[in-house]
Write a protein that binds this ligand. Sequence first.
Ligand SMILES: *[C@@H]1O[C@H](CO)[C@@H](O)[C@H](O)[C@H]1NC(C)=O
Ligand SMILES: *[C@@H]1O[C@H](CO)[C@@H](O)[C@H](O)[C@H]1NC(C)=O
Length: 474
Amino acid sequence: MKYSTSLLLASAGWASAIIQQCSGNAVNEGGNWFCGKINHILYEGFVGKGSFKAVTDMGSNGECKMEDKSYNGPLAPLDADLSIHVRGPIQLKEAAVYNLAPKKKHSTEAPVQGRSLGHPQGHEHQKKADMVTATIDGKVVSWQNNWFGPPTTTPAPVKADMITATIDGKVVSWEKNTMVTATIDGKVVSWENNWFGPSTKAPAPTVTPPPAPPHPTPPAAGGPQARSKLPPTSTSPSDWNRVAYYSSEKQVVENMVFMGNYGGQGSGVFDYTWGNSLAYLNADGNGGASSPQILKDINIPSNQEFSIFSAEKCDASCGFSRAKDIAYKGFGGATKVFLFHFKMPLDGDRGNNGDMPALWALNARIPRTGQYNACSCWTTGCGEIDIYEVLAKGDTKCKSAFHLASGACSSDFFERPVDKFIKVAVVFNEATASVSIQRLRDNTDFSKGLNNTTVQDWIKGPKDGKLSSLFQLT
Ligand SMILES: *[C@@H]1O[C@H](CO)[C@@H](O)[C@H](O)[C@H]1NC(C)=O
Ligand SMILES: *[C@@H]1O[C@H](CO)[C@@H](O)[C@H](O)[C@H]1NC(C)=O
């Protein structure tokens, strides 16, 4: 985020009480300090307790009403829902968000939905253990989760660990697995398919398993662009579940909505008091749209920005939103993983924000009120994490930082990926009250599940400790 001098003064407190590792010699370049190049940084010592001023109203007369909002938790307020922000020059190839998988229950309970997505109230699929209901391609469908343990009379050719349903007149089946994903009431939700065997009062299947189709295809919830919403093919349950995903090449988006400060262009609002609210981003990433679009596989030029929210519509937990009908939650929880696959090419622009790419996340309350006007909780420390941010035009060093009640900015830096795509993980880990940023191996797969070993390694950083930095906030 760009900040004016006055805003910087507002967050003074900045350099005090900080123990930080500086890898190499500190050099001051135009007011920013730089130490050594790193591939991993661990931030520890978050205060986790305090309050900020939450916006409650934005009056047409320019009045910004606020109220105190307290927070408490190891990573608070970063446990709030965060929106992801991107400024060019950048090409974002993939982005993914993960949450801890719900604990597996070997019981006949109804499927449990991933906790990050909130609990849909009163849906049929919650009520009966053996039925799954979902809206697929706009139709409410339900099917019997017809896995009742080892079959006594195997109805060939359906495999015992397959779930079969008729959707759009087609018989489809997919492997009984750990996750089911579907669009329910416009939200992409997934839950653990935790029906793992014969219940003591197991009803006999009332649906005769139909013959397997020639090419069994799992249902792609949400239409043709959502093929990757297929149940995972791996049979080992994962510790972390992917809850949101975007691939520019495949033009796939799951539980993500692209937005930009283009209110008045197709969606959102504009007025001369507060300027542009958020709007849906058009597919070219350079204006508004009237409905959610999938961002094309393109380079976003200098001084052009967009943001990513979840596809979950706001409720009271979001607080005040300026454009209420297009208000979406960010990605919440004190334990979450963001993965990014991107390139930040040099474009030589020396205008406003020229050649200063950035990747960051904000308490989603900020953009929902005003990312670049004074009426947001930003100045009172509701939360920002700079993940990879270039601070000078054309520079090839990317710094990370936190803007909370006070600020924290490591002088160690990542190399700007000017000519190749790289992958980066940000892990928010409540258990250790830490946040890590890790440059990943190029072959890291943004798959549907991650195991705990992998995520723990990203928190700890490289085993040899090389190019790794530690920053203690308190
Ligand atoms: C965890 O996942 C990684 C990457 O998929 C894999 O290489 C590794 O073997 C897995 N480890 C465990 C303990 O399952
Ligand atoms: C992951 O590993 C850490 C460190 O070993 C452990 O504390 C935590 O409970 C594990 N989490 C899960 C979900 O297995």
